[in-house]
Design a protein around this ligand. Sequence first.
Ligand SMILES: Nc1ncnc2c1ncn2[C@@H]1O[C@H](COP(=O)(O)OP(=O)(O)OP(=O)(O)O)[C@@H](O)[C@H]1O
Ligand SMILES: [Mg+2]
Length: 348
Amino acid sequence: MPRAIIKVQNMSKTFISKERKRFLRPEKRKIQALKNINLDIYDGEIFGLLGPNGAGKTTLIKCLTTLLIPTEGTAWVNGFNLQKEENLVRASLGCMLMGERGLYWKLTGRENLEYFGALYHVPKEKRKERITYLADLLNMREFLDRTVETYSSGQKMITAFAKSLVNDAPILFLDEPTVTMDVHAARELRRIVKELNREGHTIIYTTHQMFEADELCQRVAIIDRGEIIALGTPAELKKSLRVQDVINLGGVIPKGVAEKIRAIPGVREAVIKDVKAGMSTLSVMCDNSRKILPKIMEVLLENDVQIEYIKPQDVTLEDVFIAETGRALSVDTSELSKEKKGEAGGKV
Ligand SMILES: Nc1ncnc2c1ncn2[C@@H]1O[C@H](COP(=O)(O)OP(=O)(O)OP(=O)(O)O)[C@@H](O)[C@H]1O
Ligand SMILES: [Mg+2]
């Protein structure tokens, strides 16, 4: 059995949020962001946390890095108890949360790293050495001595990444580190993450991007509405689907058509994944695409659907999510964002 470097036990987190509607007193409302999470993360693995907006990924990371106190349950990080040995937990980890917002914009990149290094009790000489090393590793020399406010968003994210590495901790938490990076910078970051992992670091990596998790992570947990709904290696998760075939259809597809396709015997799931400029992608999971395709075509013709393409597809981690939840990953499940949208709708 591999050693669990992080052990999460019955962890729940409930937020009390104040809901304010016009002219009325604020009302308190409970949001259960984590529901009884039990999880082992093994020493030396890259562990992926996947899930739609509002699933609870950041909340879990904040609890494990001592930034939030769980409502129930506990965890051991590097052998130290979250609530009883907070300082030792902190000394065991580096984290990149909120990306660039975790930096001081009026300081230079170097000053930021100096500051956070000191905060993590890295001795002065070691700090200097470490910053020089990171500046080379992450190609930061060109902008390191300018104030952060002058950086491009990619440069800010790289600096935030460097900040998480400044204390050379054994465990690294990265919350959507590539989200504002261009393709090249994101690829470079993933390369470095793999290198750090080879050196022995355990990495917890959250992302919306299925391919990132597939490429990087040895094991993945899919979180939805505060619960872990699937856990395993990417290959295990895809195999668990037991769906031979996934067909993607692109075109102008009304919502009701997905429901009609779902009703065809042998179709496991049919979900509209995304809509761009009126063009939708419909993902259909079935046990035998050859047998079912003519029936799908029949439904499409009956409903006057314009189809641009039909493509068979290998099972992806997103399909695992769709099969488990009947929803696409792009659907926002965040309670607060629902509220925000509701409020915005109410404003003049
Ligand atoms: N401080 C807070 N007060 C009230 N509710 C909160 C707070 N922080 C998070 N939530 C709610 O908890 C749920 C989980 O949020 P969390 O930020 O953990 O999601 P996430 O999986 O990281 O999403 P994303 O992919 O959008 O970053 C959401 O419904 C969110 O609205
Ligand atoms: Mg998040």
